[in-house]
Design a protein around this ligand. Structure first.
Ligand code: ARG
Length: 406
């Protein structure tokens, strides 16, 4: 019996060609593993295709709940958004896939795992670092990084071996989808000056065609985890699906980003992330109400670190474990409800409430019922400004432009 490799199989061109290529070039039996992270595909068709193309076994794993509970929601609690724009859908799914690849390799007695990533992207790093960390003895094969074929040559290879090809000249995009978002690359998008054509979007309506009436939605959070929509309790997977549909219908969640890849190139990426856009905004609004100013400031720094480590393939690290502990602790009072308005591509927070709110009406109001002791302010200001005044008297006034000096 020949040796085995477990291939992360999407059913697309590259991974289908990879089944054949691995057999031919490595003389390995290929076990195709398709991981359902909410990409709404016909998984039995994908399974059939894997077998037809030459896999000895085709497995499908429903990983939606694992994905949401252990990857998406912790990232939401952390407010992880790469470069302030990308909610990290693709990046978050990779470490989970690496883990499932490793588990399957152990179960099936395979000596290698394989994935369809090229040598130019971030995903290869996420897969390889993940697999290497979890199972250093496993060999990793990335056919698309090795075979040196152009897209056209890959299509020719597929045709030669009767591998069904779905990509047409009209749809030259590379797409990755899961519950947290849809990532679109290639084709005309590679010109950063060109507006992305309407055809790349499938989850979101064009804002100009979205309903003319705003839609209000209320999201309830428990310790930073979204648990209700309009008061109705929902499990994570259903809640995200519901919001993808609802916000998508109002054109919310389109992102056009020119992003810094880990391997040093800038690339133009289009994302559709309706649920992520709504939930991240709602979560931040609730944190603004329930966390102190210092907690918020520090947490923003943690959010940048957290997003970078997810993006850069460092999920299985001690640094992650330590940041996650901070984030988790920070969420103990992030409970309450946020009301948002979805309207023609925009999503705005219009209300928030929490049993742990730090907003104090008596302190904030300018109406009667004001409890703030205004007579205490001059003393506070005197001490606050003391070092400023002292320095200016010795070293001159800083921050005063030439135009104000004679
Ligand atoms: N740039 C994003 C990331 O690195 C998305 C990659 C999406 N991959 C794709 N095949 N379209 O996370």
């Amino acid at each position: 019996m020949s040796d085995k490799v477990v291939l992360a199989y999407s059913g697309g061109l590259d991974t289908s060609v990879a089944i054949r290529w691995l057999k031919e070039n490595y003389k390995l039996e290929v076990i195709a593993l398709t991981i359902d992270v909410g990409n709404e595909r016909d998984f039995s068709a994908i399974q059939q295709k894997a077998l037809k193309v030459g896999a000895v076994k085709a497995l499908v794993t429903d990983a939606k709940e694992l994905f949401v509970n252990y990857f998406v929601f912790p990232a939401l609690q952390a407010d992880a958004i790469y470069e302030g724009q990308y909610p990290l859908a693709t990046a978050l799914a990779r470490p989970l896939m690496a883990k499932l690849l490793v588990d399957t390799a152990v179960e099936e007695g395979a000596s290698a795992v394989a994935h369809g990533c090229t040598g130019k992207g971030n995903d290869q790093v996420r897969f390889d670092v993940g697999v290497n960390t979890l199972a250093p003895a496993l060999k990793i094969i990335a056919p698309a990084r090795e075979w040196g074929m152009t897209r056209e040559q890959t299509i020719n290879y597929a045709q030669r071996y009767n591998i069904p090809v779905l990509i047409t000249a009209a749809s030259p995009y590379s797409i990755d989808e899961n519950l947290w978002g849809r990532s679109i690359e290639c084709g005309v998008l590679e010109d950063p000056w060109v507006e992305s054509p309407e055809e790349v979007f499938t989850w979101t309506k064009s804002p100009s065609e979205a309903p003319n009436k705003p839609h209000y939605v209320e999201i309830g959070f428990d310790k930073g985890i979204p648990v209700t929509v309009n008061g109705q309790k929902m499990d994570g997977v259903s809640l995200i699906r519901r919001l993808n549909e609802l916000a998508g219908r109002h054109g919310v969640g389109r992102i056009d980003h020119l992003e810094n890849r880990l391997i040093g190139i800038k690339s133009r990426e289009i994302y559709e992330a309706p649920a992520a856009t709504v939930l991240l905004q709602a979560h931040q609004a609730l944190e603004a109400m329930t966390l102190s100013k210092e907690q918020l400031r520090f947490k923003q720094k943690v959010a940048v670190e957290y997003a970078d480590l997810i993006y850069n393939g460092l999920w299985f690290t001690s640094q992650h474990q330590d940041l996650a502990a901070y984030v988790n602790s920070s969420q103990r009072f992030v409970t309450g409800t946020v009301r948002l308005k979805l309207f023609k591509g925009s999503c705005s927070v219009v209300g928030r409430k929490s049993p742990f709110s730090l907003y104090n009406y008596g302190l904030a109001t300018y109406d009667k019922g004001d409890e703030f002791d205004q007579s205490a302010s001059p003393g506070f200001i005197h001490i606050w400004g003391l070092p400023v005044k002292t320095q200016a008297q010795v070293q001159g006034v800083g921050g005063l432009g030439e135009e104000f000096k004679e």
